[in-house]
Design a protein. Sequence first.
Length: 52
Amino acid sequence: MKLYVSQNHRGEGEFPTFPKGTRVVNLSPCSNYPNWFSCEIGGMKTYVSADF
């Protein structure tokens, strides 16, 4: 399979990475973005994909 970029992508900011085993707390569905959840990871408020 080959994929081609058809439009420029503008990122929404930088997202942190966390070490394996970091606890995810306060997981709740995000009302603004379908298939995303707001949560806290390592004391930082962030978002994770439903695929997570």
